[in-house]
Design a protein around this ligand. Structure first.
Ligand code: PDD
Length: 288
């Protein structure tokens, strides 16, 4: 049984209990993060904790901890869980909800303490660097039906869950989303990149997509490696005509997609630019 953190204490995950009156449970009223770590080293810790602060500010929850305190919780969770997760590929989940109220009332209650939860779980090993070793993803394509504040990493994930499930039901690994104008926004739990004629692009940041930490690290890594990368909108037709498509997220790093909505991308195999991109990502990820 792995060890979790709940409101200042460490305990076996099965003993971590919260009230059903917690607003995270009743309303999905909270913010979360998933931070990948490999052999004890975190990727993008600063980016993750500052995005969490921005999310908490946006929904008017006071961040209960400083950056150093979050770092201590992260390090303690890794240390306490490394005996249970022997691969050393550990994702750390942080969740801050508005806290437990005495009644169910929509408005933000005053003077309640946020509920803070953290736990550790095994994530996939780092992506291989050879395209022949990579696990190719297949994805579905759907119109984005989520809310208008997708830049906030909210624990209210029903829209994402439904889009992800549509992919599962179609027998694929993820669902890429497009907005009402047919432009790609992101996927249900990842950001999206495409490659056309050697140029890498990803949608620019706005309220329609999460500012992914992996996305940001990848863009910087690609630039440092001399790859051409732009933040521009592209349509679902552009996506289907791309030479390569990739997904980025903390647990998948940069994952190659070979099929979208039953249509092969490029040759239908993991592409050459992906090989360059993943090497660039690995070379830079711990510096971010
Ligand atoms: N998902 N877009 C959405 C909607 C996401 O939920 C995520 C992350 C991303 C990628 O963000 P990052 O690179 O910071 O992980 C993009 C996490 C991992 C999850 O919900 O489990």
């Amino acid at each position: 049984m792995t060890i979790a953190f709940l409101n200042g204490e460490y305990m076996p995950l099965s003993e971590a209990k919260i009230s059903p009156m917690d607003r995270g449970f009743l309303f999905g009223d909270g913010i979360y993060e998933v931070i990948p770590t490999y052999s004890g080293k975190a990727v993008g810790f600063k980016g993750h904790t500052s995005r969490m602060s921005q999310g908490l500010d946006a929904i008017e929850i006071t961040n209960p901890y400083s950056g150093d305190e979050w770092q201590t919780i992260l390090s303690s969770l890794i240390e306490k869980n490394k005996v249970f997760i022997e691969s050393g590929n550990i994702g750390v989940y942080f969740h801050v909800s508005r806290g437990t109220d005495t009644k169910r009332f929509h408005a933000y209650p005053k003077n309640i303490a946020p509920t803070v939860f953290g736990f550790a779980f095994e994530i996939a090993p780092p992506q291989p660097t050879a395209k022949t070793d990579a696990k190719p993803f297949k994805v579905a394509l759907q119109q984005d039906k989520r809310w208008q504040r997708c830049h906030i990493k909210s624990t209210s994930l029903l829209g994402n869950v439904m889009h992800y499930q549509a992919g599962v039901d179609a027998g694929v690994n993820e669902t890429i989303l497009y907005n009402s104008e047919g432009m790609i926004t992101e996927a249900s739990s990842c950001n999206v990149f495409m490659v056309k004629d050697g140029c890498i692009s990803t949608p620019p940041l706005n309220h329609e997509l999460l500012p992914g930490i992996t996305r940001a690290i990848a863009i910087e890594a690609f630039k440092q490696a001399g790859l051409v990368v732009t933040e521009t909108w592209f349509s679902k037709d552009d996506l289907l005509a791309a030479d390569e498509v990739w997904l980025t997220s903390s647990s998948k790093e940069v994952a190659p997609v070979v099929e979208v909505e039953g249509k092969k991308i490029g040759s239908g195999e993991v592409g050459d630019i992906w090989e360059k991109a993943i090497s660039a990502y690995h070379a830079y990820k711990f510096q971010a």
